[in-house]
Design a protein around this ligand. Structure first.
Ligand code: SF4
Length: 399
């Protein structure tokens, strides 16, 4: 569906209506954890593996939303499962569709122990001619406060669990009707790629992100190949190698500046892990090759980082790294202090990099009208004063 103007399919429901789940969802558990939960409800050890396999198939291949759909599981077993567990996903509280077909979902999650009623997180689907990409969040808010990013103005509220990360993919498949029995002329799936580029820094929530991505890429389940899953980090150096070793997905780096002084301002994490260390971690990234290049994201900010001298330095810095560069026209958000570079300048910059031998596509802004474009995501859970923001930034630098 490509409406001619932005529209909302699900209008935001009031926070007061949120009822936290009464039972735990099985979504996000590994096979071994599923076996343990089955053991907790009395399933005998010899049966656990087979039952876990059945559940895995119903949940991740068929997208079952209720145990009653699991017709090859005995009635008694279904009743036991339903008494103790659910296969619920995060609740969709709003859905917006951009004029260009991009869809953004606002999802509501239980708050944990911080006295809040609930938390909210966003997830975005971007259809293109040859693929459909789902941009997934890893945290509610973010501590890193990149100065060009809307999400960075939101307090870090909490890390998402593996179930809440996988749950975003499940919600998107539900809303798009993208499960296995989807009727299409060629049977192709709508969601073909996953990018961990939504709210939060995924490498500050490493374990949950790893567990979730292993489920998403499991070929007996959701089955999105690791080559089609990209994890984007602002540069948490110690966890970059672990990403290659333990998850094996494609890596993207939010670079945005080629000198430490400027990167310290745009991506304050740079003060902790400066460019030299970050680029060395990229050189050492397990599995990187010309066929599996690292993506460097570079937001184009007028008069800030978009000179040809910056382009020259960028090419020098990336020497020896199998790299491609994504140039991102800056997406403005309310209160941002930057402007997008002029189109002319973006083209010159791109051409310089291209002539130096790097692929340098300019990313077409998508979903701007529903604030779903890069760096625009932000839920209403928490807003920060400048003072609070600076305090959080200082905390992030010392943890
Ligand atoms: S760009 Fe990423 S890491 Fe930086 S503030 Fe935004 S969400 Fe956080």
């Amino acid at each position: 569906m490509t409406p001619s103007a932005a529209s909302a399919l699900v209008e935001k429901t009031p926070l007061e209506t949120y009822v936290p789940p009464a039972k735990p969802s099985l979504i996000g558990l590994s096979r071994a954890q599923l076996c343990d939960r089955l053991g907790d409800v009395g399933v005998a050890p010899p049966q656990r593996k087979m039952r876990a396999q059945q559940l895995w198939h119903w949940i991740y291949v068929r997208g079952a939303r209720d145990f009653s759909e699991m017709t090859n599981v005995s009635k008694e077993m279904r009743a036991i499962l339903a008494e103790h567990f659910t296969v619920d996903r995060p609740e969709v509280v709003a859905e917006q569709i951009s004029a260009d077909g991009t869809r953004k979902w606002l999802l509501r999650l239980p708050s944990g122990d911080d006295g809040q009623k609930a938390h909210e997180v966003e997830c975005v689907y971007i259809p293109e001619t040859d693929r459909g990409t789902l941009c997934v969040s890893s945290q509610v808010g973010c501590t890193l406060n990149c100065s060009f990013c809307h999400t960075g103005t939101q307090r870090l509220v909490r890390n998402l669990t593996a179930g809440e990360i996988v749950g975003q993919v499940m919600v998107a498949r539900d809303r798009l009707g993208d499960w296995i029995d989807r009727e299409t002329p060629n049977g192709n799936r709508l969601i073909t790629n996953i990018v961990m580029m939504g709210m939060g820094e995924p490498l500050y929530n490493f374990d949950a992100v790893r567990d979730a991505l292993l489920i998403v890429s499991d070929n007996e389940g959701i089955g999105i190949s690791r080559r089609r899953v990209t994890l984007s980090t602002s540069g948490v150096v110690p966890n970059i190698k672990r990403t290659g070793d333990e998850i094996g997905v494609m890596l993207a780096i939010s670079l945005h500046a080629v000198r430490d002084e400027l990167r310290d301002e745009l991506v304050p994490l740079n003060r902790k892990y400066p460019l030299k260390e970050l680029l060395q971690a990229c050189r050492d990234y397990p599995g990187a090759s010309n066929a599996r290049r690292i993506t460097f994201e570079y937001v184009m900010l007028k008069g800030v980082n978009d000179s040809l001298d910056d382009a020259r330095r960028l090419v020098q810095l990336l020497k020896g790294i199998p790299a491609k560069i994504n140039l991102i026209p800056f997406n403005p958000w309310p209160g941002s202090k930057y402007e997008c570079s002029d189109w002319d300048q973006i083209e010159k910059f791109s051409e310089y990099i291209f002539n130096a031998g790097y692929s340098s596509p300019v990313r077409t802004p998508r979903g701007r009208d529903i604030l779903a474009a890069c760096g625009q995501l932000k839920s209403e859970t928490e807003k920060l004063s400048v003072r609070e923001r600076n305090a959080l930034r200082a905390m992030a630098m010392t943890d």
